[in-house]
Design a protein around this ligand. Structure first.
Ligand code: BTN
Length: 227
């Protein structure tokens, strides 16, 4: 059983949904706007009306901790499949930003909790620019689905398609095929150091392999692409 709770305005669905953790209740929380949306690496995520802000809490039964990258793969591919169904060609900027026309349309935040050798629960947050205007400060790097398709998007239909796709398992080969970093020169910002490398592969465990032999894992690092 899964609960779906819809709210008009909330600081962050990602915080709000945590109330279901002690009850071990699978849940989805959807907000029309967030006043303190959370991004990766402690950043804020601008979350104005017209966008879609969803958090999903899922208790896993037998997902080995070593396979936890599958959560990111499934989530990123669910967003890609949903955007494809709504008529835009979306790509993944490793590890989990979704881009359309070389601009970010969606950000994903995944937080996993482990119990021994297994994933206990995952908390996945998805913020999609649907019909919202893009804030001035990010207009060069962000895009909405409305801008990309030149028409108002049916938010309810988008949400239902996304929730359906989130229940599907995706292959790492698809996550790789839809990634836009492969073969590109990227700038890696890690431990306060910046360096350039070419992204050559995405491995079975979701790691990004660089031409210098290094394997990057999603986390406290930042990858920029020069397109
Ligand atoms: C990023 O691009 O840095 C990740 C953004 C994740 C935003 C979503 S919106 C729903 C959920 N609630 C939050 O506060 N953040 C996530």
């Amino acid at each position: 059983m899964m609960i779906i709770e819809r709210l008009k305005s909330i600081p962050s669905t990602q915080d709000y949904i945590k109330k279901y953790i002690p009850k071990r209740q699978n849940a989805v929380v959807v907000a029309e706007e967030q006043t303190a949306g959370k991004g990766t690496k402690g950043r804020t995520f601008i979350s104005e009306k017209g966008g879609l802000y969803v958090s999903k809490l899922h208790f896993h039964e037998f997902l080995p901790a070593k396979d936890c990258h599958q959560i990111m793969v499934n989530t990123a591919m669910a967003v890609v499949k949903t955007l494809l169904a709504f008529g835009v060609d979306a790509r993944i900027k490793w590890p989990n930003d979704i881009w359309v026309n070389n601009k970010k349309i969606c950000g994903i935040l995944t937080q996993n909790s482990f119990k021994g050798e297994f994933v206990d629960y995952s908390l996945v947050g998805i913020g999609v620019n649907l019909n919202n205007d893009i804030a001035k400060e990010i207009v060069d790097i962000a895009i909405s689905l409305k801008q990309a398709t030149q028409k108002e998007v049916d938010g309810q239909a988008f949400l239902l398609t996304l929730l359906h796709n989130l229940n599907q398992t995706s292959l790492i080969s698809d996550y790789k095929a839809y990634n836009l970093v492969l073969g590109k020169q990227i700038t890696v910002c890690k431990d306060n150091q910046n360096y350039s490398a070419i992204a050559v592969d995405i491995l079975q465990d979701g790691a990004l392999l660089l031409d210098n032999g290094e394997k990057l894992y999603a986390g406290e690092l930042n990858v920029k692409i020069s397109l």
